[in-house]
Write a protein that binds this ligand. Structure first.
Ligand code: CMX
Length: 136
């Protein structure tokens, strides 16, 4: 299992509109999609840079994962997501190496991806996501 590229970087923000204005007006990137993910209690905005995306995450509920993150640690980088060939195989492999999984099996994420998270306490403080693009 070797991650192929950085699929996206998730960034927790308090206010999506204000953060989008920075990425668009200061950095000159273009937001191509805004999507609410009810399960994860977030509203997301996406930008593309090469193969990698920036995913802005605004909490819709202070008790959701991003709401709790901002409350405890403030705004900033929330997670890094690696594209992998086979999500289920990758999860088995990292678990066999003693890494704590948050998700034992793939979940449906945004952008048509199957996703699963590794716990930041066993990945040197970085919440890590694996993503696999399903052929439609
Ligand atoms: N990065 C690094 N460390 C993090 C973290 C993050 N994003 N979120 C929490 N932590 C830390 C906490 O600060 C805490 O550290 P300390 O004990 O040293 O204070 C530790 O991890 C455990 O925290 P916890 O209170 O036990 O657990 P939480 O209830 O805060 O949950 C986590 C943390 C990662 C298990 C949970 O947020 C989770 O399951 N995340 C996966 C789903 C997710 O993040 N979804 C949002 C994005 C969705 C999307 O991309 O669409």
């Amino acid at each position: 299992m070797i991650p192929q590229y950085i699929e996206h970087i998730g960034i927790a923000v308090k206010n999506l509109d204000e953060a989008i204005a920075y990425y668009e007006n200061v950095l000159g990137l273009k937001c191509y999609k805004i999507e609410e993910v009810k399960d994860q209690k977030v509203k997301t905005a996406f930008f593309k840079i090469g193969e990698t995306k920036i995913e802005l995450l605004e909490p819709t509920d202070s008790e959701g994962p991003v709401g709790k993150f901002i409350e405890k640690r403030g705004e900033g980088i929330h997670h890094i997501a690696f594209a992998v060939d086979s999500l289920s195989e990758s999860l088995k492999e990292v678990e066999a190496n003693g890494i704590r999984l948050i998700d034992r099996s793939p979940k449906k994420g945004t952008e048509g991806l199957d996703i699963a998270f590794l716990h930041p306490k066993s990945t040197f403080g970085v919440l890590t996501e694996f993503c696999e693009r399903k052929v439609e």
